[in-house]
Design a protein around this ligand. Structure first.
Ligand code: AMP
Length: 422
């Protein structure tokens, strides 16, 4: 019987064996981040609510409708992080990392983020991201580097169908004039009331509307790409040259905008065609004014948030074969108490030698213990009886093929390591 407490609504929760995969893809990312010189940051899960109001922006759905905000016992307003960038930047500033070494400060982090959304496949209230940020440089190479890290990670998982969509959102110099132009165009369209309100608050988001009747009307809207200032145009061209140098394919996506207000210049999204409505699997971009917005010094930055939940769904949809290392390679089955005692130390020694090993507990008889061995997913069973102890050997049974051989105890670890590496 399950307990009377179900998993809270909208929480994406992972249990083995899926959680082993979840952990393995995170570990694969940690390696990519290390190889590119990014240090690990363990970040606050909740922040002062004003950090998100000021950083992410009042006009975004994330801030206006989706935050989990609460008052603590001291009457402070706190919010469970709906995204990572604002918190990472806050932490870099609070810990003075930008004053300690060469810029950019390169950091990554991971964990749950929280948004009060209507839950569906690929959209949750507690979901998980990998977040990577480079803070303190406006060099377009850093933009391309972040894209290269994400691309290499997706490839390392065996994903082949990921598409990269790229755009530039301009900067605080060129965007206001474009925004006004776009608003003027949008006000002339036949749109419903909530969309008309959005024109006044966040007109770029209207370009991102997925409804066909809206898409049709905005098809002729002026595009940021045609109104970039010279500096933004040069930056964007350079990023594209660098991506080409790295052999990374992308599609120019002039209507790509993101749900968070802080983005400037380079903006990108990774999409996966097999994920249906939730096809955005990761996204990132530059946020050159964000540090000043939250009271810090001028520090341009760029980074991304990659959705772990959707990455797992994509792996399952593509069937790439990427798998976590097995939790059990060898399973011990003992016949009788003295054998059980001896086997317990053998299993411990195997673990010490780097072999994933487990055994039947609770004094199980041969049949029950062999069933456990089959269910464990192990490749080999190690069967030990009193006669084997007397002979100084153990029976090694190939669980898939069925052959069984006696192996001298002194050679067990070496034999197993050799066979498991085949
Ligand atoms: P964002 O911070 O909105 O740019 O999101 C970055 C990535 O996080 C997206 O591309 C998704 O993969 C993932 N993501 C965002 N919101 C959710 C959610 N509610 N449930 C699951 N994944 C999400």
């Amino acid at each position: 019987m399950s307990s009377s407490f179900p998993t809270p609504k909208g929480v994406s929760e992972y249990v083995p064996p899926r959680a082993d995969l979840f952990y393995a893809i995170r570990a694969a990312f940690a390696e990519q981040a290390r190889l590119a010189g990014y240090g690990y940051l363990e970040l606050a899960v909740f922040e002062d609510t004003n950090l998100f109001r000021r950083g992410v922006g009042e006009s975004t759905d994330v801030v206006s409708k989706e935050m989990y905000t609460f008052e603590d016992r001291g009457g402070r307003s706190l919010t469970l992080r709906p995204e990572f960038t604002a918190g990472v930047l806050r932490s870099v500033l609070a810990n003075g990392l930008h004053k300690q070494g060469a810029l950019p400060v390169k950091v990554w982090t991971t964990g749950p983020a929280f948004r009060a959304e209507r839950p569906q496949q690929g959209r949750y209230r507690q979901f998980y991201q990998l977040d990577l940020e480079a803070i303190g440089s406006d060099d377009p190479r850093v933009d391309a580097e972040t894209i290269a890290i994400a691309s290499r990670w997706y490839r390392s998982l065996g994903l082949t169908q990921i598409r990269l969509m790229l755009n530039s959102l301009g900067c605080r110099e060129c965007r206001p004039a474009y925004r006004a132009l776009l608003q003027e165009f949008l006000r002339g369209l036949d749109l419903d009331e909530p969309t008309r309100e959005r024109i006044e608050i966040n007109p770029l988001r209207v370009l991102d509307d997925k409804r066909p009747e809206v898409r049709e009307q905005v098809a002729k809207a002026p595009l940021m790409a045609d109104h970039l200032c010279d500096a933004c145009q040069a930056h964007h061209d350079r990023v594209r040259e660098l991506l080409a140098d790295l052999g990374i394919e992308w599609e120019d996506s002039p209507t790509l905008v993101r749900g968070l207000d802080y983005y400037t210049r380079t903006t990108y999204e990774f999409e996966h065609p097999l994920l249906g409505a939730q096809s955005a699997i990761g996204g990132g971009g530059r946020y050159d004014g964000l540090s000043e917005d939250i009271g810090g010094p001028a520090l341009p930055g760029i980074g991304f948030g990659l959705g772990l939940d959707r990455t797992i769904l994509a792996l399952e949809a593509e069937g790439t074969g990427f798998a976590a290392a097995p939790r059990c390679e060898v399973f011990g089955v003992a016949l009788g108490e003295p054998a059980e005692r001896r086997l317990f130390t053998m299993i411990d020694e195997l673990r010490g030698a780097g072999v994933a090993a487990d055994m039947a507990y609770g004094g199980k008889k041969l049949k029950g213990a062999m069933k456990d061995a089959d269910r464990s997913g192990a490749r080999y069973a190690l069967i030990l009886g009193e006669r084997d102890i007397a002979a100084g050997s153990v029976q090694l049974k190939d669980l898939a093929g069925g052959d069984q051989t006696a192996v001298p105890l002194t050679e067990l670890t070496a034999t197993l390591k050799e066979r498991l590496s085949r």
